[in-house]
Design a protein around this ligand. Structure first.
Ligand code: DC
Length: 222
């Protein structure tokens, strides 16, 4: 049986996760939030007292279980949705996700999931590295201000306060620079990805647009 996949990449707060979640629901596919896996890895590394800047100190990943249920990540049986949003995690996730052994391990797990499920997957390197043969590739962007505002509302909805809009703008800019300039698998648009600027269109419109594009694309197969 052939499984289908949609790859959605882009910088933090471009609207990837909401669009990916909605699209997965519409298609009855599994939503895989790969950023949550890098965040959870960072959370566990901090909890274990790992030397965060040592790429070879992440052996614990071999004994770590990642499971997605209803779009939410469970690491070793624990729901990571709120834990993943801690500031300490946001401050260190770009460093952790720049390590080659960490990326190799998580990319392999992501590929394993897509091999046996229909997926909508979002992240930074899905169209370029994880699923280079995805049926549809999307690269979503938006202005920094719009992205920080979305993060602000997202955190508020989770009951997490304490970071101002200015803090979030700074955090997003810092992570954008780091994620796009890292040597190994940096954030970049795949050549065959559709570019969508979500600054001025609603998430619902983007979801509909992608759903139509995807259906047209795979229709030829039946
Ligand atoms: O999507 P997010 O903001 O939750 O991702 C958190 C961090 O994880 C982000 O700063 C970069 C990293 N990341 C990555 O390097 N590769 C991915 N496929 C997904 C996320």
């Amino acid at each position: 049986m052939k499984f289908h996949s949609v790859a959605i990449d882009g910088p933090a707060g471009a609207g990837k996760s909401t669009v990916a979640k909605n699209l997965a629901k519409k298609l009855n596919y599994i939503y895989i939030d790969t950023g949550a896996m890098y965040r959870a890895t960072t959370y566990k590394a901090i909890s274990l007292g790992t030397e965060l800047d040592n790429p070879y100190d992440y052996g614990f990943l071999d004994q770590t279980e990642f499971i997605f249920k209803n779009g939410e990540l469970y690491m070793d049986g624990v729901n990571m949705t709120v834990l993943n949003r801690q500031k300490q995690v946001a401050d260190n996730v770009s460093l952790v996700s720049s390590h080659v052994p960490v990326r190799n391990k998580l990319v392999r797990l992501q590929q394993q999931i897509a091999r046996i499920n229909n997926v909508v997957m979002d992240g930074r390197d899905i169209g370029t590295v994880v699923l280079p043969k995805a049926d549809l590739k999307v690269f979503m962007i938006a202005s920094v201000k719009v992205r920080a505002k979305r993060r602000y509302e997202e955190l508020k909805a989770l009951g997490i306060t304490g970071q101002s809009l200015e803090d979030l703008i700074e955090d997003i800019q810092r992570r954008d620079d780091y994620d796009s300039s890292r040597e190994y698998n940096p954030l970049r648009q795949a050549e065959d990805a559709i570019l969508i600027d979500t600054s001025d269109i609603s998430i619902e419109e983007v979801t509909k647009l992608l759903y139509d594009k995807f259906m047209t694309k795979i229709k030829g197969e039946f």
